[in-house]
Design a binder for this molecule. Structure first.
Ligand code: SF4
Length: 367
């Protein structure tokens, strides 16, 4: 048994929580809860959690999949970089389609030196072993993966590694949530908030969700019982007319978060004025870039990257799915022209993508 994992997958406890939820929901109202994270989407699909919930609880997918939200222009930039440098990328990014259905993995097949890495540390090791080649780390992710990128930036600076740079695409959770809540869209009664991100940033940055939008939020772990417990906590807040930031994931998340990780991010990165998100458009102060002190390791400066804005594939509904306006099976090419083997959009690539999660667990397969 894996400590702190198997306990949170217990079927009996899940049924018991489902019973409590069924007893406490008001049949006269609808509860629309957005799960922000792809990790939650994955757990909900994999464990069939929607089947355990009353029909008046609707779970709506949010934009919390870092691979999914990166716009095509940034994918194109990484593919262009692979013509000049070794590009080190997390596995999920390798298959995300850019313009003309090109991807990093297709660039690799055509001869580019693109390497799959498990961590930022792997990328800097490639640079150390290849001192006569340029090596670019294609850095993506929310606040969970940002501190490790900051660490390798610091290491590169300390070692004066002149062949290593970072193509920084790190994004922030609170502005994305604001982008959803400020836009006209799906009315929400609650939000299931990200756990790993919150272990870094804490609970304070979400205060506006309760104060400005009067929407309850529960930070929840990624195991099925975490999700069920967070749904129960949201139902209780809604029934009591409350709007506060609750913490289900107390085994890792605190009010303050990880102060050392926050300081590390502050040391290396600063906020961009604006950044384009797939589906959400340009959001102010929603992404990070390298600070001037780390300019020597900024791939955007070193390779003079000028990102182009590129529209999604005409048939792809990723934008609407990431905003919670549509569900994967409402895309007309879901499971037919678009599958995990042949993804047309980013939401079908990563296991955290809503389309891939729905497809992989066979719950909405159309073929
Ligand atoms: S099924 Fe494919 S094309 Fe449709 S929204 Fe999902 S990723 Fe885009």
């Amino acid at each position: 048994m894996i400590p702190y994992v198997d306990e949170f997958r217990d079927g009996e406890l899940a049924r018991s929580l489902a019973g409590k939820i069924a007893n406490e929901v008001d049949p006269a109202r609808t509860y629309r809860f957005m799960e922000f994270c792809g990790g939650h989407t994955h757990a909900i699909s994999r464990y069939g959690l929607e089947d355990l919930l009353p029909s008046n609880i609707e779970l709506i997918h949010g934009p919390g999949c870092p691979v999914c939200v990166l716009p095509i222009g940034r994918v194109d930039d990484a593919i262009s970089l692979s013509k000049h440098a070794i590009v080190a990328s997390y596995a999920d990014m390798m298959r995300v389609p850019g313009s003309n259905s090109m991807s990093l993995i297709k660039a690799k097949a055509a001869g580019a030196d693109v390497r799959m890495v498990y961590s930022a540390k792997d990328a800097i090791e490639i640079a150390k072993k290849n001192p006569h080649r340029e090596v670019v780390f294609f850095a993506i992710g929310f606040e969970t993966t940002t501190p490790p990128t900051a660490l390798v930036a610091r290491e590169a600076k300390a070692l004066k590694l002149d062949n290593f740079s970072i193509f920084c695409n790190h994004v922030l959770t609170p502005p994305a949530l604001s982008g959803i809540l400020d836009a006209p869209g799906v009315p929400l009664e609650g939000i299931i908030g990200p756990s790993h991100v919150s272990a870094v940033i804490g609970l304070k940055p979400y205060a506006y969700v309760a104060e400005k939008h009067r929407i309850p939020m529960v930070i929840a772990g990624f195991e099925p019982l975490d999700v069920m417990q967070s749904v129960l906590m949201l139902v209780r807040q809604v029934n009591r007319g409350e709007a506060k930031i609750d913490n289900e994931y107390t085994r890792a998340v605190t009010q303050e978060g990880n102060l050392r990780a926050q300081a590390l991010m502050e040391e290396v990165f600063e906020l961009r004025e604006t950044f384009e998100w797939r589906g959400l458009g340009h959001l102010p102060k929603s992404a990070r870039k390298m600070k001037a002190e780390y300019a020597d390791f900024d791939a955007e400066l070193r390779f003079d990257i000028k990102t182009r804005q590129v529209s999604d594939h005409k048939a792809c509904e990723c934008g609407a799915i990431l905003r919670g306006l549509k569900r994967p099976h409402e895309c007309r090419v879901f499971g037919t022209a678009c599958t995990p083997d042949n993804p047309l959009g980013s939401c079908m690539v990563s296991s955290e993508g809503a389309c891939a999660a729905h497809y992989s667990f066979g719950r909405y397969r159309t073929t």
